[in-house]
Design a protein around this ligand. Sequence first.
Ligand code: KG4
Ligand code: ZN
Length: 343
Amino acid sequence: MNLTILGIESSCDDTSAAVIRDEYLLSNVMASQEVHRRYGGVVPELASRAHQQNILPVVSQALDQAGVTMDEVDALAFTRGPGLLGSLLVGTSFTKGLAVASGKPLIEVNHLQGHILSHFVKVPGAENRQPKFPFLCLLVSGGHTQIVRVDNHLDFEILGRTIDDAVGEAFDKCAKLMDLGYPGGPVVDRLAKEGDPKRFRFAKPNIPGLDYSFSGIKTSLLYFLRDQLKEDPDFLKNNMADLCASFQKDLIDILLKKLILAVKETGIREVALSGGVSANSGLRGRIEEEGRKRGWNTYLPALRFTTDNAAMIAITGYYRYQRGLFAPLDIAPISRSAEYGDR
Ligand code: KG4
Ligand code: ZN
């Protein structure tokens, strides 16, 4: 059919643009914002400003790398939300401006749907294994933790979700408590490889059904460190790898317990993992291991499609285009996912 979609993502601290033609990725350009590191977290005002600086060069680079001109683009897909309002405003306003200037239709994309559909981005020359419908997706990011039943590209049902912190937040807060910087997930992941995961145990939540909770385990780590540091000021320094390995293992246990329950309850054995935390090597290994043991078909995204990227926005735009789901030019971003009817 030859459908070409330009995707633009700006929901948090990465500015990204990608071009997709008939499900195949032609380019995926990313500008990460380093300015937040020294503050130990994303500073919304600085994020918006950096998006403003990055967005035009990132979009033109994505078109250049794809070898595509604006004339050849069929539609513009952008992240409408959820995310930081200021960041979303930059992407939304830019895409709307480009739509007016080029006369191309606009397509709004829910960032979380994008994470899930990242499994359908085809890379030329790669194996491109894709989950079959219906499948379960464990969506784990900095802002969300959900088990989603996916019936087709655009129809989903959230079966379980966190009632407080997201698992990515638990990684980031744990790293902050241990002075490991931001974002914490990748550092904890790296240190955990050298530690003993059975050395320490933290409080596990007891939440009914398929919902999650991660605030208790974070508090449990906080009190544990406070008590240990009173007796031994070097406790952190001398036990960092074991602490990371144990904390990470407990988080993975919590995630897996509900995922296994979801498979039992639905009878669906196609299981995919998505979102920033799906880059975690411990989690990837455990899902594959459980999958082998339990007869699931498991799908792990390529590392570059785990954290925020515009390829996932473009592919979602591709499916929405086929259903004629275009957005009006007066569309506004949505910051909180509750306004989308989920959380
Ligand atoms: O999907 P994402 O890029 O942004 C959101 O939509 O939130 O996810 C970011 C989250 C952060 O909390 C970060 O610490 C976590 O993903 N993350 C990881 C790893 N890489 C990124 N968590 C654990 N292990 C990793 N290797
Ligand atoms: Zn994300």
